[in-house]
Design a protein around this ligand. Sequence first.
Ligand SMILES: [Zn+2]
Ligand SMILES: [Zn+2]
Length: 267
Amino acid sequence: MEEDRTRKAAQKRRSPKCDGEMKDEAIRIAMAAALGVVAAGGNLLGGYFVVRRDWPRKFLHYFLSLGAGYMLAVAFAEIIPESVSLGGREAFLWVLAGFFLIHLFEHTIAPHFHFGEETHDGEVAHHHARRTAILGLAIHTFFDGVAIAAGFLVSSWLGWVIFVAVFLHKLPEGFTVASLVLASGKGKASAIWAAAALGIATLVGVALTSLLQGQLRYALPLAGGVTVYVAATDLLPEVNRHPSWRTAVLVFTGVVILLIMKHLLHG
Ligand SMILES: [Zn+2]
Ligand SMILES: [Zn+2]
């Protein structure tokens, strides 16, 4: 009896906090949805630049450089450590799985894919090459959405730093897919649709992750592996194709920005 009463009292004490926590989580999920829409818009905008033909190539290249450094810093300093506290050492296996899942779809199944402007018309002329490249990129962008939502399910801090990592390469993603579609001989409308499809895949990733919260211990490290893959094998090689002192500085700036923010804002 006595025990029962203390338990009830404890539950009573805890319940207002639980309500507060639930409200806080609802706000974070809404935030993830809103930022998912912003990220998806980045894909569309990237596609639009390509279709307009007078897009700021240099500017987008700076985004890629900053994004590569920043994304790797977020993955190694935030996403992977947080995944380990959620799921223990097993988390590293899911990081590995995320890494090679994207390798499978972007570079094993697809005969020709690389980040950045597509200029090899002959390579992507066949519809198989075009479709598989778009599929690979769509699976990658699905995990951009998973990463944003999984981040916000852990904390607002993690959600925001992941959103920035995603956003920094969203425009380049849009111009990659749109230029690929144009190089394959398709028209402007198809190019915009392909960029929109990447945005939609991102939103699906946000929605599914918000619904399947119980799978967070798998979703977060998987998204971490995808982030490492995209930054290290898609973005960095594209940065290195056009070396300049500015891009070199920006890569390291991306790393340092995250470390400074972590130090100042997140202990
Ligand atoms: Zn190419
Ligand atoms: Zn992406």
